[in-house]
Write a protein that binds this ligand. Structure first.
Ligand code: ATP
Ligand code: MG
Length: 380
């Protein structure tokens, strides 16, 4: 089995591996790039595993004329930048001790150690510079069957790092086979350890959940999370029932995690997922607009096309109604229409607070007309 793709053929990437190999070490692609190349999916970042220690990697790369950033040199990672492409080069590692959040790691000369500390079998695949796949744990059949499984004993692996619970649902959503369903053993282990999620930082929970909800169809995975008691940990009062309907209504529109989150509901999500001020504001806009029956055009005018679209779809999913036929065109009309009355139209007859009040009244009339009343009629 071989991997291929522009990323692996890139002369800069080849040169990085070549330099490490010339110094007498192994340089193997690992993780997401190998997995995605085998699944014919886009490769976004390049991880390389090596038996060279991080200081040697730095020296080798600098001598070969590459820029080096000691991104995580303490836990074995240096970033080698070649032709503007970052390559994360990490020394083979072995976990010595873990407390569920941080691991004490030691470098290892053996690929088997490195593979054994990775989370899922489909993430423990390696490839040589010429594309030959190396599969120390037998993860390839799992990947080809799109079966997400923990490396080794699921309970033990989760106890080492509780974030793996959330990664389990995320990777299943993106790479799992929806027909084959979620791995029962992994799911049961996630359910047993769900309460430990409360020990994870809000940043890490938020980052994982954003990625999960941005999957093409996160609904089956989120439903499994709910059954396992994991959703209640990350999103108390969240309700997964309407997510599948939403994804169906989206009909292949680009996924938006915030739109999906709006349909899940839940409490304190700003704190629990460490939403930015802008994210939190957008979510409130959608939630506030869900109950009010504003038309697509009015939503487009008030919220802009993106949030208006989120609101229309979320509303349809939650209330079990079809979105109006022409909703995209109507949102576009609203988003590109400006309120036709300007303060100057009412001055000098009106000033100050009275001017503000009148403008508000006229805007309300105009919204009531679905943005159709022309300026003359409003001023008439
Ligand atoms: P993507 O970057 O598309 O999210 P990825 O598989 O590259 O997917 P990363 O988070 O970049 O995921 O991690 C790279 C590799 O490091 C993974 O494929 C996996 O082998 C390993 N890894 C990352 N996080 C963990 C973890 N918490 N526990 C065990 N192994 C991990
Ligand atoms: Mg990655």
């Amino acid at each position: 089995m071989r991997v291929s793709g522009d990323w692996i053929d890139n002369p800069a990437t080849q040169a990085v591996c070549h330099a490490i190999e010339c110094a007498g070490h192994q340089a193997l692609f690992v993780g997401g790039c190998v997995r995605n190349a085998l699944l014919d999916r886009p490769v976004s970042d390049i991880d390389i595993a090596t038996d060279a220690d991080p200081h040697s990697v730095s020296d080798i790369a600098e001598r070969a004329g590459f820029k080096v950033a000691p991104t995580g040199i303490d836990h074995g990672t240096v970033t080698v930048i070649a032709q503007g492409i970052p390559h994360e080069v990490t020394t083979f590692r072995q976990d010595i001790e873990t407390d569920g959040r941080r691991a004490v790691v030691a470098y290892s000369p053996h690929i088997e150690d490195d593979a054994a500390r990775r989370d899922f079998t489909m993430n423990a695949l390696y490839a040589r510079r010429d594309g030959t796949v190396i599969d120390p744990l037998g993860g390839l059949p799992d990947l080809l069957a799109r079966r997400l499984r923990f490396v080794g004993d699921a309970d033990a692996r989760i106890r080492e790092d509780y974030l793996r619970i959330l990664r389990f649902f995320r990777f299943h959503a993106i790479y799992g086979d929806p027909e084959g369903g979620i791995d029962a053993e992994g799911l049961a282990a996630c359910a047993r350890h769900a309460p430990a999620i409360s020990g994870l930082s809000a940043e890490r929970i938020g980052a994982e959940m954003r990625k999960l909800l941005a999957a093409e169809d996160p609904a089956p995975s989120v439903a499994a999370m709910e059954r396992a008691g994991v959703l209640a940990q990350v999103l108390p009062s969240g309700d997964a029932r309407f997510l599948a309907v939403l994804v169906h209504l989206e009909g292949g529109l680009p996924p938006r995690w915030l739109r999906r989150l709006a349909v899940l509901g839940g409490e304190d999500v700003t704190d629990r997922w460490r939403l930015s001020r802008a994210e939190s504001r957008d979510l409130s806009h959608i939630r506030d607009a869900l109950g009010a029956m504003s038309t697509p055009a009015v939503l487009g005018y008030r919220l802009g096309a993106t949030l208006a679209g989120d609101t229309i779809l979320a509303r349809a999913a939650l209330f079990g109604t079809a979105p109006p036929d022409d909703w995209t065109a109507e949102i576009a009309r609203g988003a590109s229409t400006a309120f036709p009355v300007k303060p100057a139209d009412l001055m000098p007859a009106l000033q100050g607070a009275a001017l503000g009040t009148r403008l508000k009244e006229l805007e309300a009339q105009w919204l009531q007309s679905d943005l159709r009343l022309p300026r003359e009629a409003l001023l008439g």
